[in-house]
Design a protein around this ligand. Sequence first.
Ligand code: SAM
Ligand code: SF4
Ligand code: F3S
Length: 443
Amino acid sequence: MYRFCINVFGCQMNVYDADRIRTALTSRGWVEAPEEDAEVVLFVTCSIRDKAEQKVWSDIGRLAFPWRGPVIAVVGCMAQRVGPLLLKRFPSVRLVCGPRSLGRLPAALGEVMATGKAAVLLDEDPTVLDDLPEAPLARSNPWKAFITIAHGCDNFCTYCIVPHVRGRFVSRKPDDILGEVECLVSDGVREVTLVGQNVNTYGRDFHNGYVFSSLLRDVALIKGVERLRYATSHPRDLTRDVVEVMAEHENICPAINLPIQSGSDRVLRVMNRGYTVEEYAAIITMIRSGLPNVAITSDLIAGFPGETLEDFHESVKAVERFRFDLVHTAAFSPREGTPAARMEAQVEASEKRRRLKEINTAQAVITREINQGQVGKTFTVLVDGPAPKGEGLLQGRTPSDKVVVFPGDPAMMGFFVKVKITGAGNWHLIGELEPARQEDLRR
Ligand code: SAM
Ligand code: SF4
Ligand code: F3S
């Protein structure tokens, strides 16, 4: 029994993994502690961009020197990618564990703590999966949970490290997922987010007709699932049946993340994305006609190798044309082992930064306009916690996943409240509790 601390980086799949690791360790009698009191510090890591890895290198460096600090365990995508190097560089790193080997983590960590001998849990075979059986009961958020519905990714976009570190695509069995959702709901979870790198191909490996929309419907029908979200969608695979199920079920939030990545057909082809801008546009039309109040967010990479100024301006045009609620933008980061890292005509770092700034500026105008259009509307908001800035302010999200900040009592955390929007910033809405509707306050 040891005191442990978990630091989480990267995407929602990592939040799910970290919640399950915490559950597995606490159920074995281990105790979560602040980093300074922990005997073992786990890092659940991400490799998507160099920056995501650099932060972990520097955090480990801070803990690893001087000696006699805590034992360090590095878990997740970065462990799978550079685990042996981490072991070699830092004597305090005693365990590395890839995302497909989590099932072996609790026992191996116990062994490391008892013997001091290093453990290497990295898969050589990207089709092998040894997963934790635990549901994420010891969550970072008591009333919200992420649930991975499919592991890995087979799309091999040419810039992306995920298929190399998370391995092959495999859907989890519907009964396992539905059982887990039921267990989470009885544990107080009110909002469930189904996660995967391409949720729309869920079930394709079953060959029995049970697809993503079947799962979405089955989860929506579980009593106690008050809000249901999912991410991420691939534009090539998002089909009308998904939109129809969303329209049929009030508890499925009208929010879709549909990464476009580039507005240039030429770049999309080199990225191996499998759609053109016009095909993407047709999907947006299909979504918006089926879900008039939907919020669509996107992801976009600036400065992909060979991206000319003309290509880049196509991306700016796409952002203006599709009027996304939000765009997660990133400068292209070469990932060793991916085809794009070896491509000629890499764009200069300073030029990538310039393009990133230009596209962010274009999007900020659109997000602000969309946010201003929400003023005067009232939303049901699940209160997440205190707002990071501002005494006495709380923060929550609308069904369309927009952050709202409003004055309120911290006792409302985990409750649904009605909030009237009174103002809008670039990245969030400002609101006030709707006094007449407090009888709607439920728990
Ligand atoms: N599976 C999703 C998809 O198909 O878009 C998300 C993948 S990834 C976890 C999240 C985002 O990181 C991507 O949408 C992409 O915009 C960005 N990304 C991935 N690899 C990148 C790279 N090498 N450089 C910069 N951004 C990258
Ligand atoms: Fe990466 Fe493409 Fe898979 Fe998304 S779909 S995880 S961008 S390879
Ligand atoms: Fe990062 Fe791995 Fe997720 S690379 S974005 S933690 S799948």
